[in-house]
Design a protein around this ligand. Structure first.
Ligand code: NAD
Length: 251
């Protein structure tokens, strides 16, 4: 199984859930440092680190080929790599910011889903789980490019589910609300100065007024939903969006 953006946060938590269950996990990430730290933390021969940028379709294809060669199949893809644009609205979103955020979040998802399609169709089995966001349905407090990319992921996954279902493959989205990770800092590191400082922060007001659970989620709580969708109990769940957001979708 392949998990992108597995060097930190939700991807790293998903890697732990699968390694704990005895699965062989290929962790892919832009950052070799984060990958190394996560693989060391997992401390298992089932986990390996692969420096791959999801916007590089050739590098993604090479990773899928490696997994196929070493494991004999590509059973699960968790498309999780993503960046966040600090709540930039239509006025603050430059073309450069749009291209970077949509390029990583949406085109990156296309690249990895496209890459696993051939092997999964060939083997007549596979699970694709993409990490979306509540931002696909609720515009605030996320940025324009981020919201668009996450809405696009839902469209992409729905169509892939329709196309691949006849081959015994499922494709679903897990859509978190607020999750306690370092995504803000990591995204600033990756996007650099194309991220404007909009001074909008996800703070207590969102927790109090919008999230019935009155707290952010833990990465392990998102990983549990991913794990379910990859397992035998979810064989008949296809083309769906599972919100794991403390009830924010109900607000
Ligand atoms: N944290 C939240 O509140 C939240 C809420 C909803 C959705 N999400 C989504 O969950 C996913 C994971 O977010 P997180 O909070 O764990 O973030 P994170 O920043 O902790 O981890 C994301 C990882 O993705 C990697 N990455 C970024 N661009 C990449 C690229 N081009 N190629 C390969 N790897 C790349 C980063 O290096 C990082 O290690 C993202 O898609 C994010 O949009 C997060």
């Amino acid at each position: 199984m392949i998990i992108t953006g597995a060097g930190a946060g939700i991807g790293a938590a998903a890697a732990k859930a699968f390694v704990d269950a005895g699965d062989r996990v290929y962790l892919a990430d832009l950052s070799l440092d984060r990958l190394k730290a996560t693989v060391a933390h997992l401390g298992s021969p089932l986990a390996s680190a692969h420096q791959v940028d999801v916007t590089d379709a050739d590098a993604v294809d090479a990773l899928v080929e490696l997994v196929k060669t070493e494991s004999g199949s590509v059973d699960v893809l968790v498309s999780n790599a993503g960046v966040f644009d600090a709540a930039a609205g239509i006025e603050a979103t430059t073309h450069a910011l749009w291209e970077k955020v949509v390029g990583i979040n949406l085109t990156g998802t296309f690249n990895v889903v496209k890459a696993v399609t051939g092997p999964m169709v060939e083997q007549r089995a596979g699970r694709i789980i993409s990490i979306g966001s509540i931002a696909a349905q609720r515009s605030m407090p996320d940025g324009l490019a981020y919201c668009t990319s996450k809405a696009g992921i839902e469209g992409l996954i729905r169509r892939a589910a329709y196309d691949l279902g006849p081959y015994g493959i499922t494709a679903n989205v897990v859509a978190p609300g607020v999750v306690r990770t370092d995504i803000r800092a990591t995204s600033t590191e990756i996007l650099g100065d194309v991220v404007p400082d909009t001074n909008v922060r996800i703070g207590d007001s969102v927790m109090d007024s919008l999230i019935p659970a009155r707290r952010g989620g833990e990465p392990s709580e998102i990983a549990a939903a991913v794990f379910f969708l990859a397992g035998p109990g979810a064989a008949y769940v296809n083309g769906d969006v599972l919100h794991v957001d403390g009830g924010w979708i109900a607000a």
